[in-house]
Ligand binder design. Structure first.
Ligand code: MG
Length: 155
């Protein structure tokens, strides 16, 4: 038994003409996040935070971006694959605190759908999840989405 903290960070470039997924939710936009999978950087950072807490490496080791069978896969499937893996010991989420960096589109209409989706995926109470939306604040990083996630779990 013990309390473990984990941290994850991810960034993806935004390009025109592909779907945009964040936290397992489709975001209405003319552009999306480029990636070998669906480019969902919030789920990638979240998955990495859990792997970090369990000292089990990173998402790139679990799901190489050279694997043709993973091309275009939804990141919800990657997360479910980790959560149900025999390598993952029994644990309980205590809370997750998340930050997304994105200029456009604004996330205010997506915050609740994302939190509800994560609550369902992780089987965690909605009140143990928090998401903060930031912009790049004039840094000139218009075409990037990033996410940072910290989780606390109990083994
Ligand atoms: Mg990623």
């Amino acid at each position: 038994m013990g309390i473990r903290i984990g941290q994850g960070y991810d960034s993806h470039g935004l390009v025109e003409g592909i779907p945009f997924y964040l936290g397992g939710i489709h975001i209405e936009s003319s552009f999306g996040a480029k990636g070998h999978s669906d480019g969902d950087c919030l789920l990638h950072a979240l998955t990495d935070s859990l792997l970090g807490a369990l000292a089990l490496g990173d998402i790139g080791q679990w799901f190489p971006d050279t694997a043709p069978e993973l091309k275009g896969i939804r990141s919800t499937e990657l997360l479910k694959n980790v959560l149900t893996s025999e390598k993952i010991p029994d644990f309980k989420w205590l809370n997750l605190d998340m930050t997304v960096f994105l200029n456009q589109p604004k996330l205010k209409h997506y915050r609740e759908p994302i939190l509800n989706k994560l609550s369902e995926l992780l089987e965690i109470e909605r009140g143990c999840l928090n998401i903060k939306a930031k912009t790049w604040e004039g840094l000139g990083v218009e075409s990037v989405v990033s996410a940072s996630v910290t989780c606390l779990i109990e083994l």
